[in-house]
Design a protein around this ligand. Structure first.
Ligand code: ZN
Length: 202
């Protein structure tokens, strides 16, 4: 009888042990699963962060590319300066009987323009603009021959044409001022060669 009881007791304790082992196993599995899901959540968060970084980087590089493109377009739209050999013209004024010098050039497109003549330390505005039309020759008065003060250089400042100006509509997207009174998109600094004094005629 005692033996039978002992056997039952052992059987019960074995059963209890296996239940507790089973419980431990399940707990452990749950713990592993929880750990796994924490890991995968962390991985997902990292991936999201990485992709945010990527899209930030790619939008940054898109902005850099766009900026480079507008600057390249800006350079391409620059008005072509005239050739030194053909930029000056001398014309006789039948009213004043003096011959004047003129700067001559033909812009490829319509521009807004302003300019100054430099004589020594002084600077006077050139009589041109505010609009010069594409394909049309521009003739800007400089000075009166070799007797008077001679223009040594000219500074011309250019802006894109404004809506309503003659010629084909165009724009420069570089971000510089479109208002012709602000700082220009393009500038020419042209040195005007000195004139020879007229030699005395005997
Ligand atoms: Zn520009």
């Amino acid at each position: 009888m005692a033996t039978a009881l002992a056997i039952i007791a052992v059987a019960i304790s074995i059963a209890a042990l296996s239940v507790s082992i089973w419980t431990a196993l399940i707990n452990r599995r749950n713990a592993v699963a929880a750990e796994d899901s924490a890991v995968s959540a962390r991985l997902a968060a990292e991936a999201a962060k990485e992709s945010a970084r990527h899209s930030e980087k790619s939008s940054e590089s898109a902005a850099v590319v766009a900026h480079a493109e507008t600057q390249r377009d800006h350079r391409a739209l620059r008005p072509e300066p005239p050739l030194q050999e053909s930029m000056l013209r001398r014309k006789h004024n039948s009213r004043t009987h003096v011959s004047g010098r003129f700067l001559v050039f033909t812009p490829q497109r319509t521009f807004r323009v302003a300019g100054d003549a430099l004589i020594g330390e002084s600077r006077r505005p050139l009589s041109l603009g505010p609009v010069i039309e594409g394909g049309r020759e521009v003739e800007v008065y400089l000075d009166e021959g070799a007797r008077g003060p001679q223009v040594e250089a000219v500074n011309l400042r250019f802006w894109p044409a404004l809506a309503g100006d003659p010629g084909e509509e165009w724009a420069c997207q570089c971000g510089r001022n479109t208002d012709p009174s602000g700082s220009p998109h393009w500038e020419w600094a042209i040195t005007i060669p000195p004139q020879r004094k007229p030699s005395a005629v005997f």
